[in-house]
Design a binder for this molecule. Structure first.
Ligand code: FAD
Length: 409
């Protein structure tokens, strides 16, 4: 088919749907088209927040975002921050609830967010073309897009095609990013973020399936690069869980050597912990080390930490001396795992890197090369922490890009 559009949007994901609604509401006379590669819009959105969609965060602090120039997103968040996002979703029937700072739809169903966005697109007359994977873009005063079966001539173009996280099945093809790179746009290396870490497996394997609350630190040399306190899950390949995803970013960005250090007692210092262990040992002299931590921490975890310290589990607790209490406390406060790699784009929640923000004006999200070209969401070199920050960026950047596209016409 041949299409002509005032505003063409590549991608019917988080940012594409919101950009389309924003543009069409601002000027109902414009023809607004979403071109979506998959057979439905919002396929990734349905999977977010374990199907509950952590839609935004009460505290949209720039410190929770990453990229070569994080200040790039300041204006978008000033214009489209938490209350604007809340109003937008309230207007399409999505109420919010929060768990701490994390905000969810009160239905706790990501699918209902996609439905509400779809209903609004239909109501206001956004055109959605499904199964239309854009393979080629000619850039100029207007934009000529091609899929295998369709040709599109667009006065303005908003690129909302995301990057590589989650894989093809939910629309993370990355081909539009490659098109921009080939066109000479400045790009920043793309790597998986919010991703599980593969580590040396000697000890994690023995702890497979155990979850603990811990302060997880990503350490490079002597420097703590990132730290976060939350649940950690031991897996046969390494470490997972919210705390690990949150600190994973930097280890995938360069070739340096990283270690994850787990503090299993973040609320007390090492001296106090050593003294608690000493008291425990006095009390439990008749046990052997295999049972020393039974009733205190997960039995297997206690055993593996003692093995990590080099003890034989068949030894009696009575062999422990002051230096041992310090040694065990040190291990419990810095249980270390060398990072080998990560579980890749397919398992990551977001891709860091993307098209350099230098290519776009932060106040409009318009390209500095082509008037009429805009970008929003993950394809830009902005990514956020776990907690609703990535969708917040998708919403804010989509609203700003759409508003600017409408103004430019
Ligand atoms: C499992 C998982 C859970 C997540 N949970 C959360 C969460 O709870 N909270 C949060 O804030 N963030 C979460 N994220 C991150 C968040 O989903 C993304 O950052 C966000 O969806 C990015 O929005 P986007 O519009 O840029 O891209 P996407 O939502 O990925 O949308 C891109 C769309 O473009 C389409 N497309 C791609 N290429 C083409 C093409 N060539 N032609 C036509 N269409 C194309 C895709 O099919 C897709 O529909 C999660 C991510 C994953 C993978």
């Amino acid at each position: 088919m041949n299409y002509t559009a005032d505003i063409a949007i590549i991608g019917g994901g988080a940012s594409g749907l919101v950009a389309a609604i924003t543009a069409k509401r601002l000027n109902p006379n414009l023809s607004v088209y979403i071109f979506e590669a998959l057979d439905r819009v919002g396929k990734k959105l349905i999977t977010t927040g374990n199907g509950r969609c952590n839609i935004t965060n009460l505290n949209l602090n720039l410190e929770r975002f990453h990229g070569e120039d994080v200040s790039f997103c300041r204006y978008a968040f000033e214009r489209f921050g938490y209350s604007e996002v809340k109003d937008f979703f309230y207007g399409i029937g999505v109420d919010f609830i929060n768990e701490g700072d994390k905000v969810y739809p009160s239905s706790l169903q990501a699918a209902s967010v996609v439905d509400a966005l779809r209903f609004e697109c239909d109501r206001i007359g956004v055109n959605t073309v499904l199964n239309c994977k854009i393979e080629d873009i000619s850039f100029g005063d207007s934009f000529f897009l091609r899929s295998s079966e369709d040709s599109i001539l667009a006065k303005t173009l908003i690129v909302c095609s995301g990057l590589l996280s989650g894989g093809d099945k939910i629309g993370s093809f990355g081909n539009i990013f490659r098109l921009f790179k080939n066109e000479g746009f400045k790009t920043v290396r793309v790597s998986p973020s919010l991703v599980q870490l593969k580590t040396e497996t000697d000890f994690v394997k023995q702890l497979k399936g155990i979850k603990v609350d811990a302060k997880a630190s990503l350490v490079c040399g002597n420097k703590v690069v990132a730290e976060y306190t939350d649940e950690v899950l031991f897996c046969d390949y390494g470490l997972s869980g919210p705390a690990i995803l949150q600190i994973s970013r930097q280890s995938a960005r360069d070739e340096k050597e990283y270690t994850v250090s787990l503090d299993l007692y973040p609320d007390i210092d090492k001296t106090e912990l050593a003294s608690k262990i000493k008291d425990r040992a006095k009390l439990l002299q008749n046990r052997n080390l295999e049972e020393f931590f039974v009733g205190s921490i997960n039995k297997r975890l206690g055993q593996v930490v003692l093995k990590y310290c080099g003890y034989k589990l068949s030894d009696s607790v009575s062999v422990l001396r002051d230096a041992d209490f310090t040694k065990i406390a040190t291990a419990l406060k810095s249980f270390e795992f060398k990072v080998l790699s990560n579980t890749g784009f397919l398992n990551s929640q977001v891709s860091s890197g993307g098209i350099s923000t230098d290519e776009f004006d932060p106040k409009t999200l318009m390209s500095r090369r082509y008037r009429g070209l805009f970008a929003a969401g993950e394809i830009l070199d902005i990514d956020g922490d776990c907690g609703g920050f990535n969708l917040s960026w998708a919403w804010a950047s989509a609203c700003l890009a759409a508003e600017s596209a409408v103004k430019s016409l």
